[in-house]
Design a protein around this ligand. Sequence first.
Ligand SMILES: [Zn+2]
Length: 254
Amino acid sequence: MRGDADSPVILHVPHSATAIPAAVRAGILLGDRALDAELDRITDAHTARLAALAAAQCHSSPWQFVNRLSRLVVDPERFPDEREQMLAVGMGAVYTRTTHGDALRPPDFDPAPLLESYFHPYARAMSEVVADRLAVTGRAVIIDVHSYPTRRLPYELHGDAPRPAICLGVDEFHTPPELTALAESVFADFGERGINTPFVGTYVPLDRYGIDSRVSALMIEIRRDSYMTEPGGVPGPGLERLARALSGLVEALA
Ligand SMILES: [Zn+2]
């Protein structure tokens, strides 16, 4: 969704949706109940609403880039190739395993058509929004909005790590310390914060990644007990409070 012309801020929401096109659903091995349970575990529920609520409270509206499809179609935040360390647990850009290690797709599944139809167009569209912000405002600030389950899921690579209420994912090249400090202060009322624990890094389009320092980025991973009933339940009053904090961050960046 478009923001104000002079706003450099992009709220990126990759994991909020549950929609799976019928043709893609047909390639998933789970029955309907098991699929619903997996969606409850893996979806960052209500994060699109959180971004929208935050944006509505800003004087200068940020841009919102929201994935309308489930991450079980493709996960736009993974590398589409061997660089992706989550491939080791069947959760590269096209997942072949569930969060519990069960088969999600057949072992000989060819990811290429899904990458072609969904992953690459998404990446191109996000690159275009970033390029447009750079052209108009001279910079781009990507705030990657996620949530994560209070209890560790078996697939997590760093599952033994602390699980603070707010995990800030930072990148050495793209996350200036001031941006991290700002986020620390706006989320100070929500309980403990942690840097890169239990999830690491933040999303930057690959054509800018490690190259263009005008693109700054920060990931916000909100522990789900801060705002919703788990798994897959309704949001509570925490959602409104988080939206106010997030809008404070956006305003400070404008
Ligand atoms: Zn996520």
